[in-house]
Design a protein around this ligand. Structure first.
Ligand code: NDP
Ligand code: 8X3
Length: 254
């Protein structure tokens, strides 16, 4: 990963932060995105101190196409040649039934998980094609493999991530670029706090009695895909805790 530039969206927490730490530990230079600049600044300090890695912060909201375009065109020459794009920024709000949920909240989820991912991809991949080098790693989900109760819209966004990953792999088949869809099950991050609209107690109860994956666990899989030999394209990985079998069946010790 030395001399490689890795761009991570949603790098201020959870899986994105795990990826930032893993790729920094392997010598990559990092472009880190999220909306919370203060948190990103602390992470930059941590990574620079611990791994002597180069870190560029690029805060923007992936839902704001103008902001994304402005941020990406502001990249100086030395940061433009992105080798690995990790499209990770994403969220879910609520566990409402499709006929009862809040349309404004669903706009946020759809605009982030689908349109935000697509915007960043659309703006960064042409440069990769021109350079004949690049890897797009999308963070999908087990939720994209099938709907579960209360997950209708979120599951639809992750099914879209699968389709966008497959579609991009088809579009890039005559290039050296690779596309990977990583599909985690339960990962204990800030994700559930956001899902339960800030109720940390409810989020903690969700992970009670099960050894969930951590952001670092998922980062190991992302790194595995990114560091495979150039002719090996890890198209998809489904990973979950040992005591999870499907998106609706987990064994909890209490
Ligand atoms: P976290 O809530 O811990 O992290 C989400 C990250 O996304 C944060 O850095 C957040 O930063 C960023 N983000 C959210 N909205 C935006 C936005 N509009 N623009 C830019 N950045 C944004 O959750 P996870 O790490 O768990 O989630 C990361 C990805 O993994 C998501 O796509 C999620 O769907 C997926 N996933 C999660 C699983 C889980 O069980 N946790 C399982 C399977 C997939 P900020 O708020 O500062 O912008
Ligand atoms: C997050 C995993 O099962 O909560 O994508 O949808 S799940």
């Amino acid at each position: 990963m030395k001399d490689r530039i890795v761009f991570i969206t949603g790098a201020s927490s959870g899986i994105g932060l795990g990826c930032a730490r893993k790729f920094a530990s392997q010598g990559a230079s990092l472009i880190l995105n999220a909306r919370n600049v203060t948190v990103l600044e602390d992470i930059k300090k941590e990574l620079e101190t611990k791994y002597a890695t180069r870190v560029l912060l690029l805060p923007f909201d992936v839902r704001n196409r103008d902001e994304v375009a402005k941020a990406l065109t502001s990249l100086s020459q030395e940061w433009q040649a992105v080798d690995v794009l990790i499209n990770n920024a994403g969220l879910v709000i609520g566990l409402d039934k499709e006929h009862q949920g809040n349309l404004d909240e669903w706009d946020v989820v759809i605009d982030t998980n689908i349109k935000g991912l697509l915007t960043v991809t659309r703006l960064l991949v042409p440069g990769m094609v021109e350079r004949g080098r690049g890897h797009i790693i999308n963070i999908g989900s087990i939720a994209g493999d099938g709907a579960y109760p209360g997950g209708s819209v979120y599951c639809a966004t992750k099914a879209a991530v699968k389709a966008l990953s497959d579609g991009l792999r088809i579009d890039l088949v005559d290039t050296p670029l690779r596309v990977t869809n990583i599909k985690p099950g339960m990962v204990e991050t800030n994700f559930s706090v956001v899902r339960f609209r800030g109720d940390k107690g409810a989020a903690d109860r969700f992970y009670q009695g099960i050894h969930a994956l951590s952001g670092d666990d998922v980062a190991e899989t992302v790194y595995y895909a990114a560091s495979a030999p150039e002719h090996v394209q890890i198209a998809e990985v489904l990973l979950m805790p040992t005591n999870q079998a499907t998106s609706t069946l987990s064994y909890r010790k209490n």
